[in-house]
Design a protein around this ligand. Structure first.
Ligand code: FE
Length: 336
């Protein structure tokens, strides 16, 4: 008898003795536990299933690969299509088929093979100084290379996943040569060397070092909730640039079931719960993101940023253009 069937046998005996046997699900999360705890609490309250979260900031793929079939993890929660695609490419996920997930999550936000499912979405936008940037001055991503922005732009490193996603989208829209010109033109307009995270760039706008920065939408909510950072947030407004021939660049946070998944059934229940109206509202609101399930309202704050047109590129195409995006960022020495 192997360990798993022994566990199953034990669980069965326990179930016969006491109907309220504790099931459990183990999550490896690259997101801060406090950002997902409200969801987990709601799930446990509803189902009685215990959820254990291990916060894994770096080396998620390597860890799952080295644990192999002995991994205690059932689910991975992470952000960015690049990281979801890396899990799939490393063979540490398994396909999930669920009518509930397919009904709740639109096709553009999940893997056609069921290897990952988007749970929230975010836009990569421009934070613009309320004082020094006029209404209508920010238009397209392509226009960020316009000389009118010389010395006025801040961004985190070009080799970060978030900027590689944007670059990958630029390649898909215009081809590699035009994307390389864009990266070089953007670099030429930077106020300073790319350093720090998205919030640090908004701080730089607040400090008068630059006028606009690239950043993800949810950081506005995160900054407003922080006593020190709220003043940075209040010095800027969110503008949704678009591609000339498309919309605003989008990415996702998502979930995947591990290949090992020792608690497959309970894990599937949690995945389905995460796509429900209730969980979508909690998850998006806690993280200041957009729900992926149609009809679930945005939080009041997120709705206040206004309507915009999301870009309609396929996210797997974006993930697969990432190596070309990285190559271009290195060729133009974007972070140098
Ligand atoms: Fe982030």
């Amino acid at each position: 008898m192997n360990a798993r069937s022994l566990l199953l046998g034990t669980a069965l005996l326990a179930a016969l003795a006491a109907p309220a046997v504790a099931e459990e699900v183990n999550i490896y999360s690259s997101r801060q536990p406090e950002l997902i705890q409200p969801l987990i609490d709601a799930f446990t309250a509803k189902t009685g299933i215990e959820v254990n979260i291990a916060h894994i900031d770096k080396g998620m793929v390597e860890r799952l690969a080295s644990e192999g079939d002995r991994s205690p993890a059932d689910l991975v929660l992470t952000v960015d299509i690049a990281r979801l695609a890396q899990l799939v490419d490393a063979g540490v996920t398994q396909p999930v088929q669920s009518a509930v997930l397919e009904a709740n999550i639109p096709a553009e936000f999940r893997d056609p093979g069921g290897q990952w499912f988007g749970l929230t979405s975010r836009a990569r936008i421009v934070y613009a100084s309320k004082e020094r940037v006029a209404d209508g001055e920010v238009t397209t991503y392509e226009d960020l290379t316009n000389p009118k922005w010389k010395g006025r732009i801040c961004t985190r490193p070009g080799t970060h996943d978030y900027n590689l996603g944007l670059m990958a989208a630029m390649i898909l829209h215009h081809g590699e040569d035009a994307a390389r010109d864009w990266a070089a033109g953007l670099k030429a307009n930077l106020a300073k060397k790319p350093e720090g995270n998205d919030r640090a760039q908004v701080k730089s706008i607040w400090a008068g070092e630059c006028d606009i920065s690239l950043g993800n939408t949810y950081y506005m909510g995160a900054m407003l909730a922080d006593p020190e950072q709220a003043q940075w947030a209040n010095s800027v407004r969110i503008v949704f640039p678009t591609f000339e021939n498309g919309g605003t660049h989008m990415n996702v946070s998502g979930v995947a079931m591990t290949r090992a998944a020792p608690h497959r059934e309970a894990a599937l229940k949690l995945m389905e719960f995460l796509s429900s109206d209730e969980a979508q509202r909690i998850y998006a609101e806690t993280n200041h993101e957009f729900p992926v399930k149609p009809g679930v309202p945005r939080s009041e704050l997120v709705a206040s940023w206004g309507e915009f047109t999301p870009d309609n590129l396929n996210l797997m195409d974006v993930a697969h253009a990432r190596p070309a995006a990285l190559k271009i960022m290195e060729e133009v020495d974007f972070d140098g």
